[in-house]
Design a protein around this ligand. Structure first.
Ligand SMILES: *[C@@H]1O[C@H](CO)[C@@H](O)[C@H](O)[C@H]1NC(C)=O
Length: 224
């Protein structure tokens, strides 16, 4: 009964969107549990754009964004591979790699990644700089229920967290669209100009659940 009540309360919390403008999630501790789960209602993604900002000093691999479906634990994943010094974008478990990126510690980076199922092309904007358009997979959507986690990388649907792939630092401004943004729209996000918020994940109306030690704090050093 108590458990049921807790479940109802959790569901009620998750259902209230919050405006996190000017705020960030702080992940202050290396664990294989602490994470933020983002809720989205959309089930079929024929195309995707995901944008986020992050700040870390990790010197190992870490996930910046992890979207899993029951069929694909890496439905849409953004992962830094430290051994190969590359940013990986995974779509439906298939991988594209972006190398020669100047990824430094203790700096905010904006990363936007687009994919559409028609062309099958992925492109990443690393701090506003567009990378090569690369083929990953085409012909079908990212389908089924989705679980999105920040702070942990899912090796199974909603779980399979690995301390050595976890994120510590800060994450902010997470948006997701069900279409590819134009380069101009991405530039607006990067430059913090007036951009149209994500229609699937909206940082200004975010539905989320925190597990473990993750804090919602005012973004520091924001002198712009
Ligand atoms: C995002 O959230 C803001 C604040 O609630 C709202 O004004 C805006 O319409 C939302 N945008 C989308 C695309 O849902």
């Amino acid at each position: 009964m108590k458990f049921l009540l807790l479940l109802v309360m959790l569901t009620a919390c998750a259902a209230t969107p919050q405006d996190l403008s000017g705020k960030m999630f702080t992940f202050p501790q290396e664990t294989n549990t602490a994470h933020v789960r983002l809720d989205m209602s959309k089930q079929n993604l024929d195309a995707v754009t995901v944008c986020h900002r992050s700040f870390t000093d990790l010197k190992r691999g870490h996930a910046l964004f992890s979207l899993a479906t029951p069929d694909n634990e890496n439905g849409f994943t953004i992962y830094w591979n430290e051994a190969k010094k590359e940013m990986d974008a995974l779509v439906k478990n298939l991988q594209t790699q972006y190398i020669y990126l100047d990824y430094k510690s203790n700096m905010w980076y904006s990363i936007c990644t687009t994919w559409d199922s028609e062309t099958g092309l992925v492109q990443m904007w690393f701090d506003g700089q567009p990378t090569v358009r690369k083929f990953v997979t085409s012909g079908s959507a990212i389908a089924g229920n989705t679980i999105i986690t920040l702070g942990q990388e899912q090796d199974s649907f909603g779980g399979g967290f690995d301390l050595k792939q976890s994120f510590t630092g800060m994450i902010s401004d997470v948006h997701m669209w069900d279409h590819t943004l134009s380069p101009c729209d991405i530039q607006k996000y990067v430059d913090r100009l007036n951009f149209s918020p994500g229609n699937v994940i909206n940082w200004s109306a975010l539905e989320y659940q925190i597990t473990g030690k993750v804090l919602v704090e005012d973004k520091q050093n924001s002198c712009y």
